[in-house]
Write a protein that binds this ligand. Structure first.
Ligand SMILES: Cc1cc2nc3c(=O)[nH]c(=O)nc-3n(C[C@H](O)[C@H](O)[C@H](O)COP(=O)(O)O)c2cc1C
Length: 303
């Protein structure tokens, strides 16, 4: 009997619905014991988010200051760990970071093959780089990465995702599509569960090589690579400023957050589209470098 530990943290239940689909075939196949656990922060985060609460967690997310989390009910040894997380400010969500920094994670993850599953707006590349370093610190082996992103073009989800997170409203409106990942995409993730089932039956997870290749597990949007890298650099600067202004919820922090929110909005309305346009114009001349970057970020699973 193979043992699989599935961990996730989801606020609205979207990531949970993805994990449910992946886990279902594992629960059904007779040769796998699947322990399916929710990561719980000791102090819950709000959802929908009040505006200032949302931006108050920005520096902690960026600097990987994980929050205290409850221990999960788990055995000592697993053959495979599947870790579902969302991206918060280009970083793994704070509860998931908190879990990966816990004593329990040190015992669970050491030497284990790990499949990460991400469901986010569409900016996860830097978050996954940070995830890789957290997993390396634990001595775990990242063997696969499955990524689902919100439906509609990036410019639309700049509006639909924050609206959803700040109000709880997910419906389509005006010319904007519904917020979140398309339900057909979520349903289709059961293929990964099927594949993992077979792989476990054949001991393939022991090789620490990808199990989900050629399954469209991930598709990197090359146009967003530079945007993420630039945004991350600015996030590091602003996170320092916001942290220096005071602890979470303090007046000082909220003042700097207000200035930052205006800055961010201006950036989104000006620099982001301009950067995308410039990238599009120079892309024929940078094709080789771009293809290389896309293929790097699509590892280990690839398309
Ligand atoms: C505080 C916060 C910051 C977020 N930052 C990002 C981000 O940088 N990139 C991104 O693609 N999505 C971002 N999201 C969206 C989440 O990744 C995710 O899609 C959404 O929170 C729904 O996940 P759920 O399953 O927890 O409800 C952010 C969400 C929150 C709450």
């Amino acid at each position: 009997m193979k043992k699989v530990l599935v961990l996730y943290y989801s606020q609205s239940g979207q990531l949970k619905s993805v994990m449910d689909k992946i886990v279902a075939p594992l629960i059904q196949c007779g040769h796998v014991q699947c322990d399916y656990r929710n990561i719980e922060p000791q102090t819950p985060y709000p959802y929908p988010w009040p505006f200032y609460a949302f931006f108050n967690v920005f520096p902690e997310a960026v600097f990987l200051d994980g929050c205290p989390v409850e221990q999960v009910d788990a055995d000592k040894e697993y053959d495979l760990i599947i870790l579902g997380y969302t991206s918060w400010f280009l970083s793994p969500s704070i509860p998931v970071t908190g879990f990966l920094q816990s004593e329990q994670a040190k015992q669970l993850f050491k030497g284990k093959p790990v499949v990460t599953v991400i469901a986010c707006r569409d900016m996860w590349l830097i978050a996954q780089e940070k995830m890789k370093s957290l997993l390396t610190d634990l001595g775990a082996h990242l063997i696969d990465n499955v990524v689902l992103t919100d439906q509609g073009k990036s410019l639309y989800s700049f509006v639909t995702t924050p609206r959803w997170l700040l109000t709880g409203k997910k419906d389509a409106f005006w010319f904007f599509p519904r917020a979140g990942v398309h339900k057909n995409e979520i349903t289709a993730t059961s293929r990964f569960g099927d594949r993992l089932c077979n792989a476990l039956q054949n001991d393939e997870e022991r090789s620490n090589l990808p199990l989900l290749r050629n399954m469209a597990a991930v598709s990197v949007n090359g146009k967003l690579i530079a945007t993420e890298q630039i945004a991350h650099r600015s996030f590091l600067i602003w996170s320092k400023l916001i942290k220096k202004a005071g602890p979470q919820g303090s007046r000082g922090r909220n003042i700097v957050i207000t200035i930052y929110a205006f800055f961010l909005l201006t950036l989104i309305l000006t620099v982001v589209p301009l950067n995308m346009l410039i990238r599009k114009l120079i892309s024929p001349f940078r094709k080789k470098a771009l293809d290389k970057a896309v293929s790097y970020y699509e590892q280990p699973s690839g398309r």
